[in-house]
Unconditional design. Structure first.
Length: 220
């Protein structure tokens, strides 16, 4: 049995409460299950950002990155199951058209607080979105679960168990996994005063992409 399967149970199934995970839809019981440690049983937990503010521990952040990317990789093999259940499909072949459709809805963007100048800037980026989507698609990295707001403030850590729980998953979609990771790295730099050449940040960055090195080399 894989480590993922051992740490997953459905509501009502035998197993430890702390490792139970609710599937995204009551009719969905994919085999093998792929979402361990996204939602756990109730116990005393703290946000990882709070813990890091008291004492910044790169090893703890690396652990979180490793667990999250492991979930992404497991999820990638069952993408079609979740798309059929209605999870938003923002894969690279669809992303440019979705972007173009979004920026054409000016009334919605203005209502959301954007200015005419900002919308114009978004329009000028359309060719770049097409180019980068095409470039990213050349790599052997599968689309998977993307949490748009992945960051250390949306990770809980248990008291005694030190188990990690990933929260705020209401807007997850299917797209390129690095979109989550890059946001997580940016938030780490912002909230913990790290620079891009800080040894601690470089260690965390390496942990983010370590599990994907099986698909692409660092050189490429």
């Amino acid at each position: 049995m894989s480590e993922i399967s051992k740490n997953f149970s459905y509501p009502g199934d035998p197993g430890e409460e702390a490792s139970s995970v609710a599937p995204p839809h009551p009719s969905c019981r994919p085999t093998p299950p792929v979402i361990p440690r996204l939602v756990r049983g109730i116990q005393k937990k703290h946000r990882l950002r709070e813990i890091l503010k008291q004492e910044f521990d790169p090893a703890l952040v690396c652990k979180a990155m490793n667990e999250f990317t492991s979930i992404q990789l497991a999820f990638a093999d069952q993408v079609d199951v979740f798309i059929d259940l209605g999870m938003p499909d923002w894969r690279l072949d669809k992303l440019p058209d979705l972007y173009q459709k979004l920026i054409s809805q000016k009334d919605i963007l203005i209502g959301d607080g954007l200015s005419e100048i900002e919308i114009s800037e978004l329009e000028t980026l359309l060719p770049k979105v097409f180019h980068l989507s095409e470039e990213l698609s050349q790599y052997s990295i599968k689309s998977t679960m993307v949490q748009p707001d992945f960051n250390e403030n949306n990770i809980l850590i248990g008291g005694k168990s030190k188990a990690l729980t990933f929260i705020d998953l209401g807007e997850i979609s299917i797209s390129h996994p690095f979109f989550s990771l890059l946001n997580g790295l940016q938030q780490i730099r912002k909230h913990h005063a790290l620079t891009e050449d800080d040894e601690r940040y470089l260690r965390i960055q390496e942990a983010c992409f370590k599990n994907y090195m099986n698909f692409e080399s660092k050189k490429r």
